[in-house]
Write a protein that binds this ligand. Structure first.
Ligand code: F0G
Length: 463
């Protein structure tokens, strides 16, 4: 009997013009490399990596149109033409009148925290992001998680696991007072929750609450087009709207936003600070000169700003996002066929392996997700990232380890970079590590830097 035809409904809306050679290494080479890297995939050399799923940040393939734009970079110190092109697009797509370029997302987070947060403040958010929370803390603030409980349960199915629990916000407001909350910090989708989106209904409810209490809202729009895509697919009333329309509507209640342009905009470097608030804008422009460079380049070359502007035109294309998220879903669904435990629903930018379920014999303080990330690299040269206890760091006040409910390994997909065959190789590798999971041992941390320890921490294998 011949096989039944199932027509694939989509494929990438582009073809390949330039290729970059990558190399498969031997297990012996990888063993040496990961040991030298202190079992931290951030410390590997990329030449020792076969398929690089560390991050989707700055690792994207630019289009021919973006590369062409690089050639018309206006490298003037002040008032570059590309800055104005980019500003026009910030207004067009994000709907914010004021804009300051930054060299990447955390630079904008730094500026925002310096302007808005004063010592003793509380900043509620829909789960933390590493760099965002650190800048809030360095400014003297305390981050408070107000995401819905479902987000902390890898297997719980909910279409908008990034939503805010308004009762948690209300409890905080009652406890500390609205005047000690400079802004509510919303990300969509939520990276650390597994790339989970926030719904339009939830944003609108939040905005009614915040307006009533005089609290501002700021948005981490780093992967906002992916959030808009999930709203279009999952939320009633949005199926016929374009991604650009949904994006603008999503951002309407916010006083300002920031973007790590290294994601949605499909460039290799760049960040955005944007706001409706003229006073905050003036302060941000001023701080930009201190930390980044003149406010018309913010640590970027003119050509980088042109590539960002053109990336924005491409990021709202429905077929582009569909193919991007389709690739992530393809990977997640294949892993499920092998019984590998993952965070569900499958997120926007990455598949997250549930290391607690994958390695139940390893205690959280022996860093199961870190150990699993290293093991997958050892098996095939596929590089992922720990998103568990190492990333969660320590409590800023007590110095104790944070023990997050989610202990995850992130396999993150750069945009327009890898093929379906690369994903098949990745899936086969993770599945074979899963088959041999009982032999995997935990790790001991032997070097811990003060800030963002997951980037530079070093580990040793436990016997
Ligand atoms: N916000 C979110 C949601 C992010 O994912 C990132 C970076 C940032 C802010 C900071 O931006 O790196 O340009 O300074 N995320 C990367 C990642 C590093 O791998 O998830 P940045």
């Amino acid at each position: 009997m011949s096989k039944k035809i199932v027509k694939r409904s989509w494929a990438e809306p582009f073809k390949i013009k330039v290729v970059e050679q990558i190399k498969m290494t031997t297990r012996a080479v990888r063993e040496k490399a990961i040991k030298e890297a202190g079992y931290n995939t951030f410390l590997l050399r990329s030449q020792d990596v076969y398929i690089d799923l560390l991050t989707d940040s700055g690792t994207n393939a630019m289009s021919d149109n973006q590369w062409a734009g690089m050639m018309i970079g206006d490298e003037a110190y002040a008032g570059s033409r590309n800055f104005y092109t980019l500003w026009d697009n910030v207004k067009k797509y994000y709907g914010m009148p004021y804009f300051v370029p930054t060299h990447q997302g955390r630079a904008a987070e730094h500026i925002i925290a310096q302007i808005l947060v004063k010592p003793g403040d509380y900043i509620p958010g829909n789960m933390y992001f590493t760099t965002t929370r650190l800048h809030q803390e360095l400014a003297g603030g305390t981050f408070v998680d107000i995401i819905i409980d479902e987000a902390h349960d890898p297997q719980k199915i909910h279409p908008f696991k990034g939503n805010v629990d308004l009762n948690k916000l209300d409890a905080l407001v009652k406890k500390v007072g609205a005047k000690n909350i400079p802004y509510v910090c919303i990300a969509g989708p939520v990276n650390m929750a597994g790339g989970q989106p926030v719904s339009m209904a939830n944003i609108n409810e939040l905005s009614v609450y915040c307006a009533k209490h005089g609290i501002k809202m700021w948005f981490d729009a780093t992967r906002a087009v992916e959030n808009a895509y999930f709203i279009k697919l999952r939320e009633k009333g949005f199926a016929d709207k374009t991604i650009a329309q949904i994006l603008k509507e999503m951002l309407k209640p916010f006083d300002g936003l920031w973007v790590s342009a290294k994601k949605d905009l499909m460039v290799n470097i760049g960040g955005i600070f944007a706001t409706r608030n003229k006073k905050v804008f003036d302060e941000a422009r001023n701080l930009c000169v201190v930390y980044e460079g003149l406010h018309t380049y913010g640590g970027l070359a003119g050509r980088d700003m042109e590539a960002m502007a053109r990336g924005m035109d491409e990021m709202v294309d429905f077929d582009t996002i569909k193919a991007r998220i389709g690739q992530v879903e393809y990977c997640g669904n294949k892993l499920k066929e092998y019984g590998v435990p993952i965070v569900e629903p499958i997120g926007g930018h990455a598949v997250f392996l549930d290391a607690k379920k994958f390695l139940p014999h390893i205690k959280q303080i022996e860093f199961p997700a870190q150990a699993l990330t290293a093991e997958i690299y050892l098996d095939s040269g596929v590089r992922g990232m720990e998103r568990g206890i190492v990333s969660a760091g320590r409590n800023a006040k007590t110095g104790e380890n944070n023990f997050p409910k989610l202990e995850l390994v992130r396999l993150t997909f750069p945009r327009r970079v890898y093929t379906q065959a690369h994903i098949d190789v990745t899936v086969e590798s993770v599945a074979s590590v899963y088959e041999n999971r009982k032999s995997i041992k935990g790790l001991k941390m032997i070097y811990e830097p003060k800030y963002l320890r997951f980037f530079q921490g070093r580990f040793e294998k436990l016997k």
